[in-house]
Design a protein around this ligand. Structure first.
Ligand SMILES: *Cc1c(COP(=O)(O)O)cnc(C)c1O
Length: 477
């Protein structure tokens, strides 16, 4: 036996802890997570700070104890910045991260099945494809549809926009006549996707919005007419079903009519809003989404999964294949399998087995609690808005979903509202984000965490009132 090799092997084997070590490690991790989840309801949603321990900790030749590493995480990762797991996180689009999805991730990473091509793991790919099929049915797509489980809304929008580009044969020769329509409320990742796909060179039309921040479809119709008369080619309309700023749903059915008339690709960004279709009360608001050519939704938002889960669905799966299916000699053994491979429907080849973190919670909990959470979030949002109105705040339109906006009255220069934002951020018990719409500063309240319930909403209202009292009393400077 080669002694040099056995010496090296001894060190190499440190990457494989034995069963006893595994048991010790997992006990510590479970203890750590349980403590985190138990104290979570009382933790602040936002805290400023510098992660000094993390910045000063260097990777060394020898390993460190798990205790010392968990202590770094406990002191810094859990305390500094936005606590995205908290039900007090009401900024941006929170999701929370249900714990059973984390368990699925643990299984996925431990077994490390390769979910890129069906040949490598027919069960892993079947799990992913079943989830895609379930969502296709949820939105009312025909069985020609398929999709891709991506890392989030940004990548999903990119995949959809690329499919649209290829389906409409847009390239150097015609990109400058190709015209794309959306409102000023379109998510900025769509502009990033235009850049990735070369469609930043196309003609972009910002369609005005109604007072409810929905696309003004009369204006869209006029613009389409004018553009075609001038020789431009409408290639795509991008609607948003649940905008980031106010949660507004564009009039999908009417937009579908116009897309049909002008033979334009109809894409719906429902990254935040899509899963509200699980709520029987809210599903009718999405009428027309089933007529779209492609759509995006984010399980890491309103299906409450941890970050890193997006979905794109394309009505005619052939368009996804046209954009993403490429062959290579070294992949030859994997061909000839019936089931659709994720590698053929998106840009990734090797990928995290994302399907499991969706599959396990959906099967384990059943759909009921998901539906209840979504209806609850909408009702909480309506309630929050009413309470803000009672307290004399200026509020935005009645929310379509679970995002609403408010600001201080008599604040033409946004100063009082900005002071309230600063005060809320300094306090940090609850986290709110702010936005500018047509130059007007609004504070957003986005209720989308499965951990946000009546108690949190009442406390949030009290906190806002408390933080705004000095601001409201202070004379304008
Ligand atoms: C969150 C969001 C996105 C971006 O999704 P990520 O998952 O953050 O990449 C796109 N569009 C809308 C409407 C969103 O709410």
């Amino acid at each position: 036996m080669n002694t040099e090799l056995s010496d090296i092997e001894k060190v190499a084997r440190q990457l494989e802890p034995g069963e006893k070590s595994r048991q010790e490690l997992i006990t510590k991790i479970v203890g750590y997570i349980n403590e985190f989840l138990t104290s979570l309801p009382e933790m602040p949603a936002y805290q400023q700070g510098i992660p000094e321990r993390i910045l000063n900790l260097e990777v060394g030749e020898k390993g460190k104890s798990l205790d010392s590493l968990l202590s770094v995480l406990e002191k810094e990762l859990e305390t500094i910045g936005i606590n995205a797991a908290s039900g007090r996180h009401l900024g941006y689009i929170p999701g929370g991260g249900i714990w059973t999805a984390a368990l699925a991730d643990f299984i996925a990473a431990s077994t490390n099945r390769y979910a890129g091509v069906a040949y490598a793991s027919p069960p892993a790919v079947a799990i992913e494809n079943k989830m895609i099929q379930w969502m296709s049915e949820l939105v009312g797509y025909p069985d020609t549809a398929h999709g891709n489980l991506s890392s989030g809304g940004s990548v999903s929008n990119q995949i959809a926009i690329q499919a649209a580009r290829d389906a409409r044969n847009i390239g150097a020769a015609n990109v400058r006549q190709s015209t794309i329509y959306f409102t000023p409320q379109v998510h900025h990742c769509v502009h990033k996707a235009f850049h990735t796909t070369g469609l930043h060179e196309a003609v972009h039309r910002q369609i005005p919005m109604t007072d409810e921040y929905r696309m003004d479809t009369d204006a869209l119709a006029e613009q389409l007419k004018r553009d075609t008369e001038e020789g431009l080619v409408p290639v795509m309309v991008i609607a948003t079903a649940g905008t980031t700023d106010t949660g507004a749903i564009d009039p999908l059915d009417r937009i579908a009519d116009l897309c049909q008339q002008y033979e334009a690709w109809f894409h719906v960004d429902a990254a935040y809003g899509g899963f509200f279709m699980l709520s029987g009360q809210l599903a009718p608001r999405f009428r027309g989404i089933e007529r779209s050519d492609s759509l995006v939704m984010d399980p890491h938002k309103t299906l409450f999964l941890p970050y890193g889960s997006g979905v794109v669905l394309v009505r005619d799966r052939r368009h996804l294949f046209a954009s993403n299916q490429r062959k290579a000699a070294y992949m030859k053994d994997t061909y000839g399998i019936e089931d659709i491979s994720p590698a053929d429907t998106g840009p990734e080849l090797s990928k995290h087995f994302r399907g499991l973190r969706m599959w396990l919670p959906l099967h384990y909990h059943g759909l009921e609690p998901f539906r209840a959470n979504l209806t609850e979030k909408h009702l909480l949002c309506l309630h929050f808005r009413e309470r803000m109105q009672e307290h004399g705040f200026e509020v935005g339109p009645v929310p379509d979903l679970s995002v609403t906006i408010f600001r201080l009255k008599d604040d033409p220069e946004n100063k009082k509202t900005q002071a309230l934002v600063d005060s809320l951020h300094e306090k940090g018990t609850y986290f709110f984000s702010s936005t500018l719409i047509n130059g007007v500063l609004w504070i957003r309240c986005a209720i989308a965490s499965f951990r946000t319930h009546q108690k949190e909403v009442e406390e949030a209202v009290s906190l806002i009132v408390e933080c705004s009292t000095p601001v409201r009393k202070a004379p304008a400077t």
